[in-house]
Design a binder for this molecule. Structure first.
Ligand SMILES: Cc1cc2nc3c(=O)[nH]c(=O)nc-3n(C[C@H](O)[C@H](O)[C@H](O)COP(=O)(O)O)c2cc1C
Length: 313
């Protein structure tokens, strides 16, 4: 019998496991990043950073329940210089993805300029989908996004992928994919949190987080059908050489399998990582490995994208 291999490859970036952390969850500080370096995560994604450090929104700004999470963090991060210095000094074999989220095109220019000197970065993940910073989500503006990406790809020639918000309509998937297909994208990550949810404390009759009158981005189990649909649609409409990194609702090896069956080449874990801590990667790797064994698959490529339509027997 062939050996089972849960590794993956994103355009030459080799991940020892196809499972890694999602930006923003336990990847902001030195100790959190060091913890990830010691873990069995296949790669490391940093907290989305801005040019200067930010404290983010007032607390409570994160709340979790059985099937999901809501947050309005407001991009707390230690600033680009911290992440570049830290990664430059780091001693890890894991691929490093620097997530960036400048609040304007000019800010992203500056961040990209600084990042272009780094010898340690495997790729940038450009977050164009943050739901909690008061601005509109750029990716929802099809007019602006094309011009924005023209400018970004004009100045930055190293590996760069984009983190997308969730889309819900077929015409929007088609439109977004036709825009993205014009650029030398390294990967696309689907999806960021579902924007503008509300969670209520029935006893107090209040919202559960302080910022933005309680509106926040939703993650966790309950968003999985949407992340799967986004992966599937973009797998169908994007150029075949643009890998998809799946994110949203992963809490078991079965969820990882479903993301890959829809077309993801690798996956990221947010809410479940927050909830379970660093050992989540050992558990997910093991569950995913066991599932492949049971299904007699030996690698991710055996079933990637091969979701079948429902046929009556
Ligand atoms: C506390 C928290 C902070 C987050 N911060 C970021 C961030 O800085 N950048 C980003 O691209 N996504 C951020 N996200 C979104 C996650 O990376 C992920 O896309 C989303 O939570 C869906 O994955 P999940 O269902 O596994 O949580 C954050 C999510 C949470 C819960």
């Amino acid at each position: 019998m062939k050996e089972i291999d849960i590794s993956s490859n994103i355009k030459g970036i080799q991940l020892s496991s196809c499972i890694m952390n999602a930006s923003g969850v336990l990847c902001q500080t030195k100790s959190e990043l060091k913890n990830l370096m010691k873990s069995s995560s296949g790669g490391i994604v940093t907290k989305s950073c801005t040019i200067k450090s930010r404290v983010g929104n007032l607390e409570p700004r994160y709340f979790e329940w059985k099937t999901g999470s809501i947050n309005s963090m407001g991009l707390p991060n230690l600033g680009i210089d911290f992440y570049l210095n830290f990664l430059e000094k780091s001693n890890t074999d894991k691929p490093l993805f620097l997530s960036i989220s400048g609040l304007s095109l000019e800010e992203n220019y500056l961040i990209l300029q600084k990042s272009s000197f780094s010898s340690k970065l495997s790729a940038i993940e450009l977050n164009l989908s943050c739901p909690n910073i008061g601005e509109n989500i750029l990716c929802y503006d099809f007019h602006k996004i094309s011009d924005y990406l023209d400018k970004i790809f004009h100045i930055y020639k190293k590996p760069l992928g984009i983190k997308l918000p969730p889309f819900f309509e077929d015409s929007h998937f088609r439109k977004m994919a036709s825009i993205l297909n014009k650029y030398p994208l390294f990967f696309v990550t689907c999806i960021n949190s579902l924007p503008n949810g509300i969670v209520i404390d029935i006893h107090k009759e209040t919202v559960v987080i302080k910022p933005n009158q309680g509106f926040g981005g939703i993650g966790g189990k309950m968003i999985k059908p949407f992340s799967l649909a986004n992966i599937r649609k973009f797998y169908t409409y994007l150029r075949k050489d643009i890998p998809i990194i799946g994110c949203g609702g992963i809490s078991s090896g079965k969820d990882v399998f479903e993301h890959i069956l829809c077309g993801a080449s690798a996956v990221q874990v947010g809410t479940k990582f927050m909830n379970e801590g660093i050992s989540v990667f050992d558990r997910l790797n093991q569950e995913f490995f066991n599932l492949l064994k049971k299904k007699k698959y030996s690698s991710v490529n055996d079933f990637k994208g091969k979701l079948k339509n429902f046929n009556k027997i």
